[in-house]
Structures are given as structure tokens and as C-alpha cells.
Design a protein around this ligand. Structure first.
Ligand code: XMP
Length: 512
């Protein structure tokens, strides 16, 4: 297996970012909670350990702490922010509360020790990113101060003999000018990593592992056409071929041509055992007259499970189920909890009473950008690999009010035009999610000499990194103008276009 760095989580906001920075250097990183037993840590044979930041003060009784044995394992340690203070505390140094001098934001960093392993190649004077109230007031014995700032006498310290390093600032954020190089120094000079964690290796090793493990077993997958389930399915397909069966439930709430595209790619291009279940009418009938957004979600989720159950029963006994769970799903749901199954982004989850020997999660170790790299590696077309997020209940939550075939048709056409124009303008990589909404409002217009009374379409486009908060995208007026003109010219029954200029919060990204 590959070498790995442990990111020990003390509750900091940049923990995932730390792991990603490590992985960018082709070194695998794993985030585990601070309470992970020392035995587990020893068993895993990490090449290095990074203590993350965290909101607490080390002198609080309730603050997160790990056993100080961790500093005696002979594994290099880097403590960041709270992690640096914890090392100080465990090594009998002192922490002060910098009430008047708390530092937040960009601060000048002065490197004092040019022989420091961590600061190799880093100029004496540079910017770093600070966010702290407490600070190291007395360094522990055996440690050398390697950097300071105006208000922070120990901005960095190290004990070369024990290979322990501590920085008060955050090397993982881009505002720390040379932070990436510091992490690189830690990984390669200090931890002696080889940097052999590459996606192509991961993909081929995973395929090989399943090939051996699953010989003769039957595996089932709910394929949605989203990037996670597609990559997961393809890994299994490469491992066991036709012993994998994918069920693709086409509920009729997909975007223009999406169902056909999924079928074409997986059935024809990859020769996968794919069953497309065309249940568009069944879903429309169930949704008839339903206007409440949560009711729509519930009906779609339940119906999805029913269809999936019916179809899988037709196939006879299946041994395993594949899930497209990715690493952030696992961390968000409680680190290391093997039983967590992705729910929000899979329509309705999986049926509970289907009896499987186990669940296979080939992507449970990957971040989203790594899943995309794996997808590219496997030959999945670019458009699918870079597909923007699409809600499980699909267009049902983009048609306000009751859902009809006519409304879905209008929405699909307008959405396709908006996406095409955004892509033509080259904005698709900068905007995180963009789509149209059928507002269910009709207004008066004029076309030729005649009065019209038709639908209003809203354009929604947001920029976000985590989808928890979002900014509306500042799309150039010319692009909005061509979208508006094309939609009103090309799509019947639409006579007005509005642009949604609301951030999240207070609005959500979807309208329902
Ligand atoms: P909101 O609208 O809550 O959306 O700001 C945040 C992100 O989640 C997606 N979304 C959903 N995804 N099932 C899903 O699988 C849902 O019911 C659902 N609702 C919202 C939304 O598209 C955005 O990316």
C-alpha cells in the first residue's frame, strides 16, 4: 500500500484543506479525530503526523487533547495553530492569552533560523496567515525558535532531534506566501515521503483488489449519471465486467438529453450491463398536483426506492451493492465511521430490506477533484467528469408549484440554452452551478401585435466552494442579453426572463 500522513483533527476549519495540500504532493493523507487510539495510529505506520488548528484553548479542561505518547513514537510531527500550542503544552512550555495582541489575517513573518528544515528555501521576510488569540509565550525545553512576527515571539519552533515542528500560522491557506513550500519541506525533507500516491496507481490497484476479492460475485449499482456513481460503477465494471449490473432509474426529471447520454456512454461506449428503467410517467403521475417542495422530494425518494427494489428483485440474488460515497461525505458524517452511507446526494438512498453481503465504496478515500481525475483516467467523457452538481429530485425542484409535462419541457429547453451560452462564453469553469427555474408566474407581454400571457423564467448562477454559502455570479450583461434573447425567441410560452441576484444565505441555491 501507499505511504500516508495522518492529519489529526482538533476541530479546525481548514482540516480538509490540509489533507488536500498533502495530496497535491502525491502523498496520501487521512484525517482522523484527535481521540483516535494510539494503537490505531501505531498500526497504520504513518510517515508523518499533522496536528490541525482548532477553536479551543489548551488550558480548558474540555479542550481536545491526545496522548503525549504521540510525540515519542519517532514519527515526525507538525503542529499548526492550536496544534502548535498543544505541542507546547505537552512538552511543558507555556501558552499566553494575547488579549490585546490577538492576530488575525496577513502578518509579516520573520524566519530566524536559516537551518530550519521546515523553512528551507524560504526568504527571511514573507507573509503568513494568522488566526489566534492564544500564543506560545515560553517555548518548551529542547526547542528552538525558528520564526517570529511582531506580536508573536514564537511563530514557529522545532525540536530537530525529535523531529517535531510547530507553527502558529496556517501554512495550508494560500495567504501564507510560502506555505505550500513549508508543507513540501515537511513531507519530503522531514518525513522522507516518496510522493507515489498517484490517481492512476490508485485506480489500477483498486480495480485489481476488486478483481481478486469479487471473483464470481454479483454486484449491483444505482447509476445516476453523476460523476461519483459513474466513476464508482466504472471501476467495478473494469474489475468484474458483466457481473456488475447498473440500474439507471430515469424518472423523467433529468435535463435535456441526459437520460440518452447516460445510456449511450455506459451501454455503448463502455459496454456495461446497464438497465435503464423508463418510469417517467409513473413519477409524473405520483407528482400530479403536488406543490410542496418537501413532499416532492419525499415522493421522488420513496418512488425511487420502490423502482430500484422492483428491478433488483427481477435480477435475482445480488451479493454486493456499490455506492459512490466520497471522502468528504465520510468526514462530514463523523470521521472513520464505516457505516455511513451517503444520503443527501443519492436519490432516496438504498432500500433497507435488500439483503447484501456488503457495500462497496471504491471512492471513500477520494476528494471530489480526485474522483474527477480518476474519471478522466478511466476514459469518462469530459462533460460528465466536469458535470455540475444536480439535485437528486432533479427538475422537480426547479418547477415551482405543480409539475406538468409541458412545464418540464419548457424548463429543459431554457436550461439547455442557458448552459450553452455560459459554456460558449467560457464561464463554465468559473461558475459552480447554473440553471434555469420555471417560476410558475405568468405575466403580460407583447409579441408582434398580440398580447401574450406566458411564463417567467429565472436564471440562477452561483459561485461557491462548499455549496453551504454562495455568491451570485457576476455574469457579463452581454451574456445575459444573449441568453434572454435566445430563450424568448426559441422557447414557446416564455415571455420574461429575470436574473436571481441573491446570495446564500438568505436564499438557497435551488428555488425549492
Ligand atoms: P441548496 O438549494 O440547499 O443546495 O442551497 C445546495 C446544493 O445541494 C443541491 N441540492 C440537492 N441535492 N438532493 C440532492 O441530491 C436534494 O434534495 C437537493 N436539494 C439541493 C443543490 O443543487 C446544491 O448543489
Amino acid at each position: 500500500m501507499y505511504e500516508s500522513i495522518l492529519v489529526l483533527d482538533f476541530g479546525g476549519q481548514y482540516n480538509q484543506l490540509i489533507a488536500r495540500c498533502v495530496r497535491e504532493n502525491n502523498v496520501h493523507a487521512e484525517i482522523l479525530p484527535y481521540s483516535t487510539p494510539m494503537e490505531t495510529i501505531k498500526e497504520k505506520g504513518y510517515k508523518g503526523i499533522i496536528f490541525t488548528g482548532g477553536p479551543n484553548s489548551v488550558y480548558d479542561d474540555s479542550s481536545p487533547k491526545c496522548s503525549s505518547e504521540i510525540l515519542e513514537l519517532g514519527i515526525p510531527v507538525l503542529g499548526i495553530c492550536y496544534g502548535a500550542q498543544l505541542i507546547t503544552y505537552m512538552e511543558s512550555g507555556k501558552i499566553g492569552a494575547a488579549f490585546n495582541n490577538s492576530e488575525y489575517g496577513s502578518v509579516r513573518l520573520r524566519v530566524k533560523e536559516e537551518n530550519s528544515g521546515l523553512f528551507k528555501g524560504i526568504p527571511e521576510d514573507s507573509d503568513c496567515w494568522m488566526s489566534h488569540t492564544d500564543f506560545i509565550s515560553v517555548k518548551p525545553e529542547g526547542y528552538e525558535i525558528t520564526a517570529c512576527t511582531e506580536n508573536c515571539p514564537v511563530a514557529a519552533m522545532e525540536n530537530k532531534e525529535k523531529n517535531i515542528y510547530a507553527v502558529q500560522f496556517h501554512p495550508e491557506v494560500t495567504h501564507t506566501q510560502h506555505g505550500r513550500l513549508m508543507l513540501k519541506n515537511f513531507l519530503f525533507d522531514i518525513c522522507k515521503c516518496a510522493g507515489n500516491w498517484v490517481i492512476s496507481e490508485f485506480v489500477s490497484q483498486t480495480i485489481e483488489k476488486y478483481r481478486q476479492q469479487l471473483s464470481g460475485s454479483k454486484v449491483l449499482c444505482a447509476l445516476s449519471g453523476g460523476v461519483d456513481s459513474s466513476v464508482a460503477a466504472l471501476i467495478l465494471h473494469k474489475a468484474i465486467g458483466k457481473n456488475l449490473t447498473c440500474i439507471f432509474v430515469d424518472h423523467g426529471l433529468l435535463r435535456q438529453d441526459e437520460g440518452d447520454t447516460v445510456e449511450r456512454i455506459f451501454k455503448q461506449q463502455f459496454d456495461m450491463n446497464l438497465i435503464r428503467v423508463n418510469v417517467q410517467d409513473r413519477f409524473l403521475n405520483k407528482l400530479e398536483g403536488i406543490t410542496d417542495p418537501e413532499r416532492k422530494r419525499k415522493i421522488i425518494g420513496e418512488e425511487f426506492i420502490r423502482v430500484f427494489e422492483e428491478e433488483s428483485q427481477k435480477l435475482g440474488k445480488m451479493d454486493y451493492l456499490v455506492q459512490g460515497t466520497i471522502y468528504p461525505d465520510i468526514i462530514e458524517s463523523g470521521a472513520g465511521d464505516a457505516s455511513v452511507i451517503k444520503s443527501h446526494h443519492n436519490v432516496g438512498g438504498i432500500p433497507e430490506d435488500v439483503d447484501f453481503k456488503g457495500i462497496l465504496e471504491p471512492l471513500r478515500d477520494l476528494f471530489k477533484d480526485e474522483v474527477r481525475k480518476a474519471g478522466t483516467e478511466l476514459g469518462i467523457p469530459h462533460d460528465l467528469v466536469w458535470r455540475q452538481p444536480f439535485p437528486g429530485p432533479g427538475l422537480a425542484v426547479r418547477v415551482m408549484g405543480d409539475i406538468t409535462r409541458e412545464k418540464l419541457d419548457i424548463l429543459r429547453k431554457t436550461d439547455a440554452i442557458f448552459r450553452e451560452e455560459i459554456e460558449n462564453a467560457g464561464l463554465h469553469r468559473d461558475i459552480s452551478q447554473y440553471f434555469t427555474v420555471l417560476t410558475n408566474i405568468k405575466s403580460v407581454g407583447v409579441m408582434g401585435d398580440a398580447r401574450t400571457y406566458d411564463y417567467t423564467i429565472a436564471l440562477r448562477a452561483v459561485v461557491t466552494s462548499d455549496f453551504m454559502t454562495a455568491q451570485w455570479a457576476k455574469i457579463p450583461f452581454e451574456v445575459l442579453a444573449s441568453v434572454s434573447s435566445r430563450i424568448t425567441n426559441e422557447v414557446k410560452n416564455v415571455n420574461r426572463i429575470v436574473y436571481d441576484v441573491t446570495t446564500k444565505p438568505p436564499a438557497t441555491i435551488e428555488w425549492e
